[in-house]
Design a protein around this ligand. Structure first.
Ligand code: GMT
Length: 377
C-alpha cells in the first residue's frame, strides 16, 4: 500500500531571511509531492508557494495597554493548537527555535490527549549561535529542544554549536538546506543592461539582510582592496535599509563600484547575471545565498566560517579565505576575475555539487522520512 499523504504544519519567520525562504520552499516541494501544508505565522511567508494543498493561517497579534511589548508566543501557540485540532496535523515543523519551538510545546500541552502533536524543530543559525548564549533565552531554547520529538540542524557546524552552547544531549539530525531554482523570466543580458553594466564588466553579487554579523565593513574593505583597473561592480540585493552601507561606501571611496537594489523578488535573474558571489559574514550556519548562486552555476568568494565549508569547497566550487583576511579574499577574487575559464569551471562544479547534495530531490525525502518516523506513520 502506498504511503498516505501527510498533513504538515510549518511555522517560520515570514520576512526576508534564509530560514523563512527554506521553510517556504520546503512547503512548496512537500505540496508538490501530495502532502497538505499549513503555514502558521503572523504574515504570509515572503515566498509563500501558491497552489493546491497549501494553506496559510494568520496569527493575530493584538496590543494591550498593559503590555509594554506585544506578545506573539501565546497567540501563536493557540493558533498552532487550533490548526492541529481542526486539520488533524500529523506533524508541526518549526523553523528557527525562538519563539516557534516554545509555542509548539505549549500548543501540544493545550491539546493534551486529544491529539498527540509531533513537533520537529529545525535550528537555522542565530537561534543557537546568538540566542543560545543569552541567559534570558538559553534555558527556554534548551527546554523546547528537549521536548521536541526531533531536532534537525542545517549543518554539522550547527549541530556542534547546539551541543556546545546548549548542552543538548538528544540526537540531532543534520539535514542540509536545499534550493530549487525557479525558471528565470528575464535573461542575464537583460538584467546586466538594467543594472548598467558595461560589456566585459564583471558582476560581483552579495545578497543579505545586512545585519551586523554579515560584516559589510569587510565586504567594502575587500572591494576597496581590488585593483582600481579591474572592471567590476558589486551588486547588493539588500533585505534591509541600505543607507548605512551606501554611506560607508562613500567614506571609503568605493561608492561608484556599488549598485544596490531593494525588495527584489525575482532573484533567479540576478543569480543568472552574476559572475561571482561575495560574502564576508563572521558566522553562517550554512549560507543559503552561496547555494542559490551555486545552483545558477556561479561560484562565491567567502570567509571559511561556520557551515560555509560544508556548502562550498575552496578551490573546487568556490574560494574561501580565513576569516577577516580581506587581502587574501581580494587576491583570490582578482585571480578569478582575470581568468573567466577557471571561473566557469568552478561554477560548473558548484552547480554539479548543488544538484547532487543540495537539491529538493536529495533533501526533501529526508524530511518526509523524518515526519513518518516521528509520527509512526
Ligand atoms: O539565524 C539567523 O540569523 C537567521 C536565519 C534566517 O532566517 O535568515 O539565518 C540562518 O538560516 C539560513 C537558512 O538555514 C542559513 O543559510 C544562514 O546561514 C543562517 N544565518 C546565520 O547563521 C547567521
Amino acid at each position: 500500500m502506498p504511503d498516505r499523504p501527510l498533513k504538515i504544519g510549518i511555522t517560520c519567520y515570514p520576512s526576508v531571511g534564509g530560514s523563512g525562504i527554506l521553510a517556504s520552499e520546503l512547503g512548496e516541494e512537500l505540496a508538490k509531492r501530495g502532502h497538505e501544508i499549513h503555514f502558521i505565522s503572523y504574515e504570509a511567508p515572503f515566498r509563500l508557494p501558491v497552489g493546491p494543498r497549501v494553506f496559510f493561517h494568520p496569527v493575530a497579534v493584538n496590543s494591550y495597554d498593559l503590555f509594554k511589548y506585544p506578545d506573539y508566543t501565546l497567540p501563536l501557540s493557540v493558533k498552532m493548537a487550533e490548526v492541529s485540532r481542526g486539520h488533524g496535523l500529523d506533524v508541526l515543523h518549526v523553523h528557527y527555535a525562538v519563539p516557534h519551538a516554545t509555542a509548539a510545546i505549549l500548543a501540544r500541552a493545550m491539546l493534551r490527549e486529544e491529539r498527540r502533536l509531533r513537533i520537529i524543530t529545525t535550528l537555522h543559525g542565530t537561534d543557537t549561535t546568538l540566542l543560545g548564549r543569552d541567559p534570558g533565552y538559553g534555558p527556554a531554547i534548551r527546554h523546547a529542544l528537549e521536548h521536541s520529538d526531533a531536532i534537525t540542524t542545517v549543518s554539522e557546524f550547527m549541530r556542534g554549536e547546539t551541543v556546545r552552547l546548549l548542552g543538548v544531549q538528544r540526537p540531532i539530525e543534520v539535514i542540509p538546506n536545499f534550493f530549487e531554482p525557479h525558471a528565470t523570466a528575464r535573461c542575464r543580458d537583460e538584467i546586466r543592461r538594467e543594472l548598467g553594466l558595461a560589456d566585459g564588466e564583471a558582476m560581483l553579487l552579495h545578497l543579505s539582510n545586512l545585519r551586523p554579523l554579515k560584516r559589510t565593513d569587510l565586504l567594502l574593505d575587500t572591494v576597496a582592496k581590488l585593483k582600481p583597473r579591474l572592471p567590476f561592480r558589486l551588486v547588493v540585493l539588500a533585505g534591509a535599509d541600505p543607507a548605512p552601507l551606501l554611506a560607508a561606501a562613500k567614506r571609503l571611496g568605493v561608492a561608484d563600484r556599488l549598485i544596490v537594489r531593494e525588495k527584489v523578488t525575482d532573484i533567479e535573474c540576478y543569480l543568472a547575471a552574476a559572475d561571482l558571489g561575495l560574502f564576508t559574514s563572521e558566522v553562517e550556519s550554512f549560507c543559503l545565498s552561496i547555494l542559490e548562486l551555486m545552483c545558477a552555476g556561479c561560484p562565491s568568494a567567502a570567509f571559511a566560517v561556520g557551515g560555509i565549508p560544508e556548502v562550498t569547497v575552496s578551490g573546487e566550487t568556490g574560494l574561501l579565505a580565513p576569516f577577516g583576511d580581506t587581502t587574501a579574499l581580494a587576491d583570490g577574487i582578482e585571480t578569478l576575475l582575470r581568468d573567466p575559464v577557471r571561473r566557469t569551471a568552478l561554477g560548473r562544479a558548484a552547480q554539479q555539487r548543488a544538484r547532487e547534495k543540495f537539491s529538493a530531490a536529495a533533501i526533501v525525502p529526508r524530511y518526509e522520512a523524518l515526519y513518518r518516523r516521528v509520527g509512526g506513520i
